[in-house]
Design a protein around this ligand. Structure first.
Ligand code: ADP
Length: 448
């Protein structure tokens, strides 16, 4: 832009000066040619006589030549060229019968030359050549050039300062963001990028911060999970170790006691197997490796779970009943639904010994709803939001005694969410807990 600003106006002005020079010089030449017209032949005397009445003050030099190019008249007093041959291009052009004009600009002046032939009865009898050396217009043009240069310098300075400031602000923000990224990469998950504003970098920083929030939450959940899992695995392992030590270190141990200890070891091993199975299931859910969804009728699955659980319920003196509607179809995998119903019913039976458990299955407003209600002790209100967390138990000892791992409800929740469903827990007004699982209803044609 600056280059254009410094060249274009100058080029235009120069061109304008050239044109005006051409007009004035050509008219000067015409006046001289007119004053020489009527002469049948040019000589130094008659040209000098004719030129005496011509006003040529603004011109630096006027030459008149005869048809051969010999100079007959020269306004230059010292070093005049009368008698010599004028072989300027313009004179040659004029002697060939053409009007000529050239103008150059440089070294602080416009140098313009114009020429025309002098004719007598259509014969070229000579040439008129004028030369003008103009420093006035050149000074004006140089002034304009100087002003443009100064203006350009100011613009360049302002642009440079502004870009410097802008790049400083930008690089400072990017630097802050980079530091934050490096800190978080190094493990400082609580570090945040403190960048204010509404520009793109501030927006990236906000996104980065919320990403780090999630990372921090996930990381602390992961740590808690690993520590809880190792703790859960340690307990049965310690029990096994203790029991085997007792058997090995007691001399003459009573075979009945040995059998009792070995059966305890078996129970602990079973517990370990249950925990690892649940952990595996959760890992699968975390990795998103779900079976391909198919259209499943929930009712047969519910009936299967009920048949399985009836015996357990009877043992615990729990009355297990269900009430189900037909046509409850969802998009999921059969064994997932089995697991969800099983875990909820198993919990209800486990935590309501001697009571009653009612299961209902309905579909309405685009949802399939499974409700498992019991009349046990229920869940303390403050624990309600946490019972779906991994390894969370309201009463640890009771859960362990009942063979629980603390992972059942997490598995239920993860499984439901993976299929676009939900699960929630509440206490019943009359006592006991109620769990409600909702799947999106899938309208199916013929079921396979
Ligand atoms: P657990 O293997 O201990 O049953 P869950 O994840 O299935 O683990 O359940 C978590 C906790 O929620 C249980 O330890 C128990 O305290 C509570 N809970 C679950 N279902 C019921 C219920 N029907 N009644 C009362 N408490 C329940």
């Amino acid at each position: 832009m600056l280059l254009l600003l410094n060249t274009y106006p100058l080029m235009v002005s120069e061109d304008l000066v050239f044109r005006s020079k051409e007009t004035t010089l050509q008219s000067n030449v015409s006046v001289i040619v007119y004053s020489l017209s009527g002469l049948d032949q040019l000589t130094e005397e008659n040209v000098a006589a004719a030129m005496a009445v011509v006003e040529e003050a603004s011109l630096s030099r006027v030459l008149v030549t005869n048809g051969m190019g010999r100079i007959l008249y020269d306004t230059r007093e010292t070093g005049g060229a009368i008698g010599e041959y004028g072989l300027y291009t313009e004179i040659v052009q004029a002697l060939l019968g053409n009007d000529a004009f050239t103008c150059t600009y440089g070294r602080g002046a416009f140098r313009s030359r114009a020429s025309s032939p002098v004719l007598y009865r259509n014969q070229i009898i000579g040439a008129v050549y004028v030369y003008e050396y103009d420093t006035e217009q050149a000074a004006l043009l140089a002034g304009l050039q100087g002003n443009l240069l100064r203006l350009s310098a100011v613009i360049a300075l302002v642009v440079a300062v502004l870009s410097l400031l802008l790049s400083k602000v930008l690089t400072r923000k990017i630097g802050l963001l980079l530091t934050a990224i490096r800190q978080v990469r190094a493990g400082a998950y609580s570090h945040r990028a403190d960048i204010r504003g509404t520009d793109e970098i501030a927006q990236i920083a906000q996104e980065f911060n919320s990403l780090t929030d999630r990372l921090q939450t996930t990381e602390s959940a992961r740590r808690r999970f690993v520590s809880d899992a190792s703790h859960e695995l340690k307990t049965p392992l310690a029990a096994i170790r203790l029991l085997t030590d007792s058997i090995l270190q007691t001399e003459d141990i009573d075979p009945a006691i040995t059998r009792e200890f070995v059966s305890d070891i078996g129970q602990e091993a079973e517990r370990l197997a249950r925990i690892t199975e649940d952990l595996l299931r959760l890992t699968q859910l975390d990795s998103g490796a779900m079976g391909k969804p198919e259209l499943v009728d929930v009712l047969p699955v519910l009936e299967q779970v009920m048949r399985m659980m009836n015996l357990v319920a009877q043992e615990k003196g729990v009355e297990l009943t269900y009430d189900a509607a037909e046509g409850c179809t969802v998009l999921a995998a059969k064994d997932e639904i089995h697991q969800v119903i099983y875990n909820l019913v198993d919990n209800a039976v486990k935590y309501s010994a001697g009571g009653a458990v009612q299961v209902s299955l309905r579909w309405h407003s685009e949802q399939v709803v499974l409700e498992v209600a019991d009349n046990g002790a229920g869940i303390p209100e403050e624990d309600l939001p946490r019972i779906f967390q991994r390894f969370y138990r309201v009463d640890k000892a009771r859960s362990r005694a009942a063979g629980g791992t603390g992972l059942g409800l997490s598995i239920v929740q993860d499984t439901m969410e993976k299929r676009g469903g939900t699960v929630e827990a509440a206490n019943r007004p009359g006592g006991g807990a109620v769990f409600t699982a909702r799947w999106p209803y899938a309208r199916g044609g013929e079921l396979s």
